[in-house]
Design a protein around this ligand. Structure first.
Ligand code: BJW
Ligand code: ZN
Length: 248
């Protein structure tokens, strides 16, 4: 396993770096992860709510979950992990930040050119979708006055503009992430359990194309044995240390 200094050295030299983030990056901001001990809401597993079937069966229940999460995120602040990554997007020309997170905290920390694989909880679209409501639109109203909200164009239900299980990711977004992964000299996987595909496949894609791979997580994951370096600890601490080492 490579040392911290080795990773910092590679980051300093690399012209193409990718960081893929997951829910663990927002944990220090007080946002529960999906598969952690707090990943339950009203005793329902978060994963069972993030499906088209759950929305078809009970759109109000699914929206109550999103409304609750939007309220929590609105009160939260980006943490040091968001800050370091946001600064890298602004200061390092060849740095690409790819996130599975839908909370908007990377954006609030000033992330530039962010690749959002799973959409955004602050955007919505018509669930039908009707011709006028085909595109996503921003609706940051919290709490929503009526659940589920109605499409202003056709009166159908509005849904969060996120990617649920069984739904395809936006092909252009996925292709951007795959191209960045293939070009990366260093590929970092931060605060994700790496079990949800196709996002979890990006690190393997990067490795096949010659990237040096690094994982930052509070525990070992599905990919820990495959990466070149794995650092156990909160993302905010590891990223702050790496940032300091890269600048020194
Ligand atoms: C810390 C920390 C700290 C804590 N510091 N770390 C190949 C193989 C098997 C299955 C599939 C496959 N390809 C596709 C599938 C099916 C499925 C899938 O992957 N299933 C697996 C679970 C088995 N994938 C899909 O369905 C995807 N769609 C698809 O493939 O479509 C194909 C298709 C093509 C054509 C037509 C139709 C379909 C879509 C996946 C969408 C995922 N959506 C969600 C919800 C988004 C909306 C919302 O938020 O409400 O995305 S699910 C949820 O999981 C969310 C997350 O982005 C995603 C990943 O979770 P993440 O971020 O990793 O969180 P956790 O909780 O799992 O992990 C947190 C980590 O942080 C932990 O490791 C902690 O230790 C760590 N941590 N504190 C650092 N302070
Ligand atoms: Zn509509």
């Amino acid at each position: 396993m490579a040392s911290f200094e080795d990773v910092a050295h590679r980051l300093r030299r690399a012209s193409h770096v990718v960081a893929l983030t997951g829910a663990g990056v927002s944990a220090a901001s007080g946002i529960p992860t999906f598969r952690g001990p707090d990943g339950l809401w009203k005793r329902v597993r978060a994963e069972t709510l993030a499906t088209p079937e759950a929305f078809a069966n009970d759109p109000k229940l699914v929206w109550e979950w999103y409304d609750w999460r939007r309220g929590m995120v609105q009160q939260a602040q980006p943490n040091q992990a968001h800050d370091v990554l946001g600064r890298w997007t602004r200061e390092r020309a060849g740095f690409t930040l790819v996130t599975q997170n839908v909370d908007g905290l990377h954006e609030r920390a000033g992330a530039d050119r962010l690749v959002r694989l799973h959409g955004s909880i602050w955007h919505v679209r018509c669930s039908k979708p009707c011709d006028a409501g085909r595109a996503d639109w921003l609706d940051a109203t919290v709490p929503q006055p009526r659940l589920p909200p109605m499409c202003p164009h056709c009166g159908g239900f509005v849904r969060p503009a996120v990617v649920w299980f069984g739904e395809p990711l936006d092909p252009e977004v996925l292709s951007r992430a795959s191209r960045a992964a293939a070009a990366a000299e260093v590929f970092m996987v931060i605060g994700t359990s790496s079990v949800v595909y196709p996002a979890a496949g990006l690190v393997h894609h990067a490795r096949r194309h010659g990237a040096f791979t690094v994982e930052l997580n509070t525990e070992a994951t599905a990919i820990s044995i495959d990466v070149d370096a794995s650092f156990i600890g909160p993302a905010a601490d590891s990223l702050s240390r790496l940032d300091a080492a890269v600048r020194s």
